[in-house]
Design a protein around this ligand. Structure first.
Ligand code: SIN
Length: 189
């Protein structure tokens, strides 16, 4: 079921009076940069893994046939690579709209490649949100992605853009790359 987190995120705020905030992106926020930023830097976070466990009813699927997009699942000792953007708080008006289907802004510790750390914000769609789909096998996830499309386009484009962006950054993600292999194998049949 689709949800709308805009009002909750505006109430949560989390800007803490800052004029600039670091945002960590791990999914489409890595490769679809439709917002202004002051600076961006490859970065990583600890204690989270990227999983295609969130339903997309508004971008890469529909209410009747949701696609699958990335969220983060807590896992001790895990590391998730992504892109950090330094942005003005006003940019969150746009981002809250874009991420409205279940994602809430959380505070996260961001580590840059230099080893320097900073607190920033992240959008996470947790297991309690109504659009959450949860675990499925890599093959099942790939099959759902292969047949899904929504107002923002084909679900498989989301997956392949993300896989390409991670490769460009020199990063590995076994989950993303395994789904990509299934997707490519299915398309070749
Ligand atoms: C993110 O990219 O950080 C959030 C999930 C998404 O928009 O794909």
């Amino acid at each position: 079921m689709s949800v709308n987190t805009i009002a909750i995120n505006q109430r949560l705020n989390r800007f803490d009076g800052h004029e600039e905030i670091w945002l960590f992106g791990y999914g489409s926020l890595i490769w679809k940069v439709d917002f202004p930023y002051l600076e961006r830097r490859p970065a990583r976070i600890h204690g989270w893994v990227r999983r295609f466990w969130q339903g997309s009813h508004d971008h890469r699927g529909t209410a009747e046939a949701p696609g699958r997009v990335a969220t983060l699942i807590a896992e001790p000792n895990a590391i998730c690579a992504g892109m950090a953007y330094r942005i003005a708080p006003a940019v969150f008006d746009h981002l809250d709209m874009r991420e409205k289907n279940g994602y809430l802004r959380e505070v996260v510790g961001i580590e840059f490649k230099s080893g320097e750390t900073v607190d920033g914000l992240i959008y996470i769609a947790g297991p309690e949100n109504e659009a959450f789909l949860g675990h499925a096998s890599d093959a099942e996830i790939a099959a759902q992605i292969a047949r899904s499309r929504g107002p923002s386009g084909l679900n498989r484009d989301y997956l392949t853009h993300l896989a390409d962006a991670l490769r460009d950054m020199g990063e590995q993600d076994a989950h993303v790359f395994a789904i990509e292999r299934h997707l490519n194998a299915g398309l070749a049949i």
